[in-house]
Design a protein around this ligand. Structure first.
Ligand SMILES: C[S@@+](CC[C@H](N)C(=O)[O-])C[C@H]1O[C@@H](n2cnc3c(N)ncnc32)[C@H](O)[C@@H]1O
Length: 280
């Protein structure tokens, strides 16, 4: 497998070759007050302890893995995998001088090189909704965990379309952007609590927590909102459009988003699915 090459055949699977160093740096900064907070809560919900061996799936720029490395201490270890080289580059910088923290460029669908039962805990923070095919990913987690090992997933929950998504969809369905439709309307593959439970049960996990928590998403400006969408989708947000249309679509979206901004900025409510299970 060549890292960064989109080899999957699932229609609408996110492209892994649209990321840039700039998007990776943006993500590192933006996620510090967003995804990282969800990740720290997940680590607390999982009760990660000193000495544990933890695999961080889709580790991004490594902020959360670094935090977990502090929690597990010198007798534990944390390994992060992510298919985006620019993000792993930042993560590796973070791991310098930390003997219990490592990273590699790798895809969740290509982890055959990791040994069976070699982890106590697997963490997937803000990643699960990006995975087009959940079952093989969960079966891999099952193989990599020791018996009774824990999996923790914190992800965007399936739910009704939000105002920002309505605006983006409306713009993309207008000429000239409609000449280049996305393979699927949504970029992500979200599940709800029931689907999560069924997936755990099918793949050999016993759930101990499946919770959808309300979360307020807040962006000071339309520009901030679009930056978030671009960085957290590793370039997929408008990545389906030819380059000459990306700028036009961006400007149109910015203008319409500005129209829904209040004094508090753009505020939306969405559900966060937090799921914890252990390997049967
Ligand atoms: C929103 S970021 C979350 C990063 C990090 N976990 C955090 O908490 O900030 C989503 C991450 O999922 C990763 N990802 C997407 N598809 C993946 C796959 N097939 N295997 C592993 N990671 C994947 C992306 O590369 C990206 O870094």
């Amino acid at each position: 497998m060549i890292p960064g090459v989109n080899y999957r055949v699932i229609p609408g699977a996110p492209q892994l070759n649209l990321d840039t160093d700039e998007l990776a740096r943006d993500y590192d900064r933006i996620s510090a007050t967003r995804q990282f907070e969800f990740g720290k809560q997940l680590v607390a919900d999982l009760g990660i302890r000193p000495g544990e061996r933890v695999l961080d799936i889709g580790s991004g720029t490594g902020l959360l893995a670094h935090h977990i490395a502090e929690v597990v201490g010198p007798s534990g270890r944390v390994h992060g995998i992510d298919p985006l080289p620019s993000r792993i580059h930042i993560a590796l910088d973070r791991a310098r001088n930390r003997s219990n923290l490592s990273f590699e460029v790798s895809d969740v669908y290509d982890l055959a090189h990791l040994r069976d039962q070699s982890y106590d805990v697997i963490v997937a923070n803000s990643v699960f909704h990006w995975l087009p095919d959940k079952t093989p990913a969960l079966l891999t987690f099952w193989r990599l965990l020791r018996p009774a090992g824990r999996i923790g997933i914190s992800t965007v929950a399936k739910g009704p379309r939000l105002p920002m998504q309505e605006i983006v969809s409306a713009v993309l369905s207008e000429p000239p952007f409609d000449r280049y439709p996305r393979a699927r309307e949504s970029l992500t593959f979200k599940v709800d609590a029931e689907e999560m439970r069924a997936l755990f049960e099918m793949t050999g996990f016993a759930p101990s927590l499946i919770d959808v928590r309300p979360v307020e998403q807040n962006y000071a400006t339309a520009e901030q909102a679009v930056r978030f969408l671009e960085a957290s989708s590793f370039g997929n947000f408008l990545g389906h459009l030819p380059t000459d249309l990306v700028y036009r679509a961006r400007v149109t979206i910015l203008r319409r988003l500005a129209g829904i901004a209040t004094e508090q900025g753009i505020v939306q409510q969405r559900g966060r699915l937090v799921a914890i299970a252990h390997r049967r």
